[in-house]
Design a protein around this ligand. Structure first.
Ligand code: G3D
Ligand code: MG
Length: 165
């Protein structure tokens, strides 16, 4: 009997960019308008069918607030890939991604990243070029999502799974 590999992946980014909503959308297929902020760290598992292989993702949801930094550091260890998420309507959340990258690289030296622009169902203030350039600097894929309508969400987690394998 072949067992399904379990891959730990993390979803990081400022508070309010939609990390928990993306994970909820992917794992439970729903979007809740009102969300309680994540406290510390949370995780969910979900199976992903890749061509020729099934993997189970254990998806770690990192609370964005500075005061949780100490908790987060330990939870990055052992992760195979990380999503750096910003909100396409919030310039600051894009600027923060370098800090998120650095925090993760301190815990996991050779981390594989994916850069994600979320909330594309809203009117964007951030054009994709800057995020794409940041992704290029990490040799990371860049993609855009909406946790609200589900656009791009499956691709996001499939890409994380492929990176982590
Ligand atoms: P976080 O886990 O990164 O902190 P949350 O972010 O998932 O808690 O989401 C923060 C807020 O953004 C929530 O609104 C949530 O409904 C909203 N949101 C998340 N993703 C999207 C999206 O793709 N599109 C839109 N339009 N909204 C999104 P509230 O109102 O609860 O603060
Ligand atoms: Mg959250």
């Amino acid at each position: 009997m072949s067992s399904v590999p379990v891959l730990k992946v993390v979803v990081a980014g400022d508070g309010n960019v939609g990390k928990t909503s993306l994970i909820r959308r992917f794992c439970e297929g729903k979007f809740e308008q009102t969300r309680v902020a994540t406290i510390g760290v949370d995780f969910q598992t979900q199976t992903v069918d890749l061509p020729g292989q099934t993997v189970k993702l254990s998806i770690w949801d990192m609370a964005g607030q500075d005061r949780f930094q100490i908790i987060r550091a330990g939870f990055y260890r052992g992760s195979r890939a990380a999503a750096l998420v910003y909100d396409v309507t919030e310039a600051e959340s894009l600027a923060s991604l370098t800090r998120w990258r650095d925090e993760i690289l301190e815990a996991v030296e050779q981390q594989l990243f994916i850069v994600v622009g979320n909330k594309i169902d809203l009117e964007r203030t951030q054009q994709p070029e800057q995020a794409q350039e940041f992704a290029n600097s990490l040799q990371a894929p860049y993609l855009e999502t909406s946790a609200l309508d589900g656009n791009g969400v499956a691709q996001l987690f499939e890409t994380l799974a492929k990176l982590g394998l």
